[in-house]
Design a protein around this ligand. Sequence first.
Ligand SMILES: [Zn+2]
Length: 174
Amino acid sequence: MPTPLTHSVVGYLVVKSVEIGKDTKRFIVWSVFFSTLPDIDFITSIVCKNPFSPLHHRGAFHSLGAVFVLFIILKSLKLQDKLLYTLLYSLHIIMDFMSKDLYFPYGIMLLWPFSNQYYQGFPLFMGVPYKSDSLKPGSFIFPVIYNVIIVIVIYLLANLLLKGFFYYEKQKKG
Ligand SMILES: [Zn+2]
């Protein structure tokens, strides 16, 4: 799984792309919050040790069901930018889905509440050790740097593609 740092970098980069005319500081704080929110299950998994319980880390909070519930809550709170915050929460889930997992059960509980099975996609991101028995000094530094670099490369490529697209659209109109 990518670390909260990697998820925060994603939140920050997405917000930097859409921030025009916003209360930037507050906007960035909320975006980093929603980008890291699924990992709140670190707390529930301290209490719940069963890996097949929805309360375990990468369980229900890392599912499409949670995305839906979050959107309904944000909508009922009439929170501005609910779509963006739901997108950031979803990006966290996609990134964890596309990570090499170091701990059983591998992957995330993607289809909760319909299924408690774990699913793992193509491992684009490196797994980061976080349990004390596999934690050696410096063992998480390389994966963290690697994951942040992958995020920045994707961001730059997406930016380039978008700029190319808008340039093409402008040429077509002009
Ligand atoms: Zn996560």
